[in-house]
Every structure is written in structure tokens, then in C-alpha cells.
Design a protein around this ligand. Sequence first.
Ligand code: SF4
Ligand code: SF4
Length: 345
Amino acid sequence: MGPPGWKLSAIPPAPADNAPPSLERPTNRLEMLAYLNNIALQPTHPQIRALVAQINAIGDRQVSKLIISGLSLVPESRIGAICAQLDAEAIVAAIELIAQVFSSPPTLLVFDRSDRRDLRSLLRMARKRCRLLGLVTRYPAAHPAVLARITSGCRAVDPVDEGIVSVDLLSCLLLGRALQNRARSSHRPVQIFTTGHVPRVIWAAIGAPVHDIFLQAGIDPGAMQCIANGMLAGRELNLSTALMQWDIETLALRPFPKLEVAVDCIRCGWCVQSCPTAINPAALYASQRLHEGVALADRRDSLACIDCGLCSYICPSRLPLSASIAEMRNQIEFNLVSAAGGSSI
Ligand code: SF4
Ligand code: SF4
């Protein structure tokens, strides 16, 4: 939905793309993997990488449902509406291809109801292929596991285990542009927020200094704090060194806040109530702190954490719950991979 002042009509056109490779249209999952590799976005682009991971995980099993998500994991982002405004035809071409490669499963296009007007042409074109579902979204509904639960009653931590594949609209846009031989963009749309300026979308070159991206948007970042991908689960960037990456959807500037000091848990239970995956952040945090005495294998519930950041946000004791759970989850995943004789990436 976005804040007041949004003008999607003000999205500038994409910069000229590099010369695209001329590639055969893929007709099956293996060819799709090669195709995604060849459009040169796969190694660095998180959503394309997620699509590759899902194709690998599902192998030749039947896909029970294909979810095309117009939602964003960053609460203030309107990436779905932006992509739809940029090139609805390319998106629909990509949806057709993905559905064909997965043997035409039931396909659902999920969007934020408040974006309906900006998505109008995409919805009109997509309705022949997909069932449309407009949601009144609540963060973090865009996460594939949460979305699969809301739309399909899926209880699996990884929806692919129940045959559900999900793809976001930015991936569809990139894939669709590749199909039209207009791919290998080295830029992506990014939303810029700061006080005193109307929020805007600009095309940012991957690898460019983030500082220069603000200058490109007509904003001098000065001595401000820069947060990528929102205040809930985003990360702080060092403006002297940070470079633009594919996974940066929003950039926000704000004055540096006063540092708050964490105090002991007061057992209010708010983190438990707010967790969308129904795990117990306070208990996991306590286990993480007592780490040596606790068998990590007993805390596999942390694998269900989706890094939404709600528990840390809401904690009145300012405890770093989500960062601590992420550390625990990474360690458990590393142990599982090591025990299986593989290598952790
Ligand atoms: S970050 Fe916190 S609230 Fe979000 S899923 Fe993980 S434990 Fe739950
Ligand atoms: S929200 Fe914070 S203070 Fe409350 S139970 Fe959870 S960890 Fe403890």
C-alpha cells in the first residue's frame, strides 16, 4: 500500500539492458534450471535462487499448487505493484512458462488488495491462467511458508514438502524479460524513504555504492543511519562501504537512534503471541544463551523461524531474539549438513 505521496506513475523507465543471450525457451524443469543459470541472474539474485532451490527440491514430483506472490517481505515495499506497472506482459509470459514447466498445476496469483488499482492490467491478463486472490495483508504474510499456510492450509516448514511452489513477481518480471530477449539487467528497482522527501522508486545499478544511489535520488545522506529492507527485519548499512545488491528492495535514512540496553526477560509472553510460526522465541533465546548445556538438536523448532523480526520488535526488554535464533538455526543447519557428510554453503 505504501505511505502517502506514492506515485507509481513516476517510476522511471529501466536503463538499457546488456545484450541478452539468445536462448531456447525451456520446456521442462532441467532446461529451466539451465535457462535460469544462463540469464546470469541466478547466482546473485535471491528470488531466482529461491526458484532454483525449489526446482531442485521438488525434482520430478508433482507440483500440487503454484503460488505467484505479488506481496513483499518488506512491509513498506510495493514491489508487486511496481513490477506490474513496469511490464505486466512479461510477468504473464513468465507465469505461463513456469506453469507449463510444472505441468500446469492449479495456479494462484496473490496480491495486496490495496494494490488492486495498480495491478489492474496484470490481473486482467493473468485471470485466464490463474485464480486471483486479494488479501488484506499482515506482515509477514509474504513469506512462502506463511503464504502457503494462509492460502492452502499447508503446515510444512518448507511448502515444497507438500508440493507447493511459490514465485514472486520480481522473479516473474526478470524471467519474462529474458523470454522477450530483453534480459540481463544490471539494475533493479529500489524504493527510497527519508524524511522531507516524497518516497520514490529509482533504478539502482547492482554493485554501485549505496551512498551514490541516494545522490542519484537527489538526497544527500549526510550523517544519517541507513537501513536496507525495513525497520522490522532489515539491516543497517555502512554508507561508506555498502554496495547495492539484488536483495535490497528498500533503502531508508533516519537519524541515528539512541542505543537501548537489553535487560532480562520479564516473561510477558508477547514474543510468543506475535510469532507467526508459533514457536517460543523467549525459550529459544534462553537456550541459545545457555548453549553449552543444551543439546542444539533439541531445539529444532528454531528451524521454523522465518526471520520476520516481530519478536525482537515487540520485546519490551529489547532482547535480540531474532538474531539469536538465527544464530542457533544456522548452527543446527550446519550440524545437520556436517552429520550428513555434506558441506555447508
Ligand atoms: S523472527 Fe521471531 S517472531 Fe519471527 S518467526 Fe522467528 S522467532 Fe518467530
Ligand atoms: S517479549 Fe521479551 S520480555 Fe516478553 S517474554 Fe518474550 S523475551 Fe521475555
